[in-house]
Design a protein around this ligand. Structure first.
Ligand SMILES: [Zn+2]
Length: 112
């Protein structure tokens, strides 16, 4: 089976190598060593956009909500047609051996 596609490969968390600013708000300072959320925009311009932890968390939460909404659609659809319908395996029917009245077992002779 093919590897699962990573749809959030444009997002990374990295420590800032130098003091910098948040891409969303220049007044958000990012100190050297602080964790940043790096977003690589699609397109030929290979530029990484770094966001401070607060803005980064907001970005990730927004993405999480979108993903949750997508998942919700799939899951509500799957309640109509369950994908994983657990098929009750037929319990192995143990043939009940006849105890009384079996033609092969003689009833114990009554002692008188
Ligand atoms: Zn910020």
């Amino acid at each position: 089976m093919a590897k699962l596609r990573d749809v959030v490969d444009k997002i990374e968390i990295r420590a800032a190598k130098r003091a910098t600013k948040c891409r969303r708000n220049g007044s958000h300072k990012i100190a050297r060593g602080d964790l940043r959320v790096i977003v690589t925009p699609s397109g030929p311009a290979a530029r990484d956009y770094g966001y401070c932890a607060d803005c980064g968390a907001a970005i990730l939460e927004a993405a999480q909500q979108r993903i949750a909404a997508h998942l919700g659609k799939l899951q509500s659809a799957s309640t109509l047609t369950p994908i994983q319908e657990v098929q009750a395996e037929p319990a192995e029917e143990e043939e009940e051996l006849p105890e009384a009245g079996s033609p092969r077992t003689k009833p114990e002779p009554h002692t008188q």
